[in-house]
Ligand binder design. Structure first.
Ligand SMILES: [Zn+2]
Length: 312
């Protein structure tokens, strides 16, 4: 009741007080703008108008973030900024983690140091948040390189999930089958970015061959009724990021965002931030934007919010 009323009244402050999950958050770009300004003196400005390519996003990244945080202290600062942001947003389940290459670059190749950076920040800033620690990989990396990096992560019980991101078109999804089989044996929840730049069929193929539990984005699935049915029948969760989709030109506007069609067709969808620093997209704002543009009703948004809090 409080949440639906807050949407109807447009009260961001009250929306922030309701528990929410953020299951699609790249912590490097997911931090509190205010915290980073105070700690680093860097005033990071979000994108306001749609970009036309991933190259434009990389250019934004170079201008605003660059390699400024590319050292152990900088990385730790970004982790703390992510917890600060999540706390202010009323996020109660936060799924974030380091990219496999970050282990050597920022944590001396010691997995315990990497895990400790997240757990210390978690304890210090927002111990009330449920942290789901994730292993991240970029799709453009060679498989043997990723397997080498991952050898340090396997067997570490601190991790909850594994995710694949970066250029969706860089190499065939089948190349990642051995990694995902191993991740499954490790008991990790399996996720990958698919169906943001790719097609509905790409979403289905990735889910089938990697045995994914969840898809980051997956919005292209809305274009194919059989893929929608497949996702609903197999209870595959889509962790969707509306402002990011709009600002990267993946959807024409928020009002017609495919999340409504997917949700109303029985697909398990959640609403997430992706990259707060680029897209000005904290989770509370995403709910309010989807309500105010008429994409989803307050009641539907409340059901989505509560579903995201359920453990699967
Ligand atoms: Zn993402």
């Amino acid at each position: 009741m409080v949440f639906t009323e807050a949407l109807q009244r447009g009260s961001l402050e009250t929306i922030r007080k309701s528990p929410k999950a953020d299951l699609h958050n790249h912590f490097v770009l997911g931090g509190s703008r205010k915290y980073l300004l105070k700690q680093s003196g860097r005033d990071i400005q979000p994108v306001m108008k749609p970009l036309h390519s991933m190259e434009e996003m990389h250019a934004w990244n170079a201008a605003n973030i660059g390699n400024f945080f590319d050292n152990t202290n900088g990385r730790r600062m970004l982790i703390k900024a992510a917890f600060t942001q999540a706390k202010e947003d009323g996020v109660t389940i936060l799924e974030i983690g380091e990219d496999v290459w970050g282990l050597g670059a920022f944590f001396n190749g010691h997995i315990d140091e990497l895990v400790d950076a997240f757990e210390t920040a978690h304890k210090e800033i927002a111990p009330e948040i449920e942290l789901r620690l994730q292993i991240g990989m970029s799709r453009h990396c060679r498989i043997d390189y990723l397997e080498d990096c991952l050898s340090h992560f396997w067997g570490c019980s601190a991790f909850y999930s594994i995710d694949l991101y970066g250029d969706e078109l860089a190499q065939p999804i089948e190349n990642f089958i051995p990694i995902y089989r191993r991740a499954k044996a490790e008991g990790l929840r399996l996720k990958a970015h698919v169906g943001e730049w790719g097609t509905a069929n790409d979403v289905r193929r990735a889910v089938e061959c990697l045995e994914l539990d969840e898809v980051q984005h997956g919005i292209a699935a809305a274009k194919d009724a059989s893929v929608i049915r497949f996702l609903a029948d197999h209870r595959i969760r889509l962790n969707i990021t509306p402002s990011s989709n709009y600002l990267l030109g993946r959807v024409a506007d928020l009002r017609t965002h495919p999340i409504a069609k997917l949700y109303r067709s029985g697909v398990d969808v959640t609403i997430n931030s992706d990259d707060v620093l680029i897209f000005d997209s904290d989770v509370s704002k995403e709910y309010l934007r989807l309500y105010q543009c008429g994409c989803l009703t307050a009641e539907e948004l409340d059901v989505i919010r509560k579903n995201g809090l359920k453990s699967l």
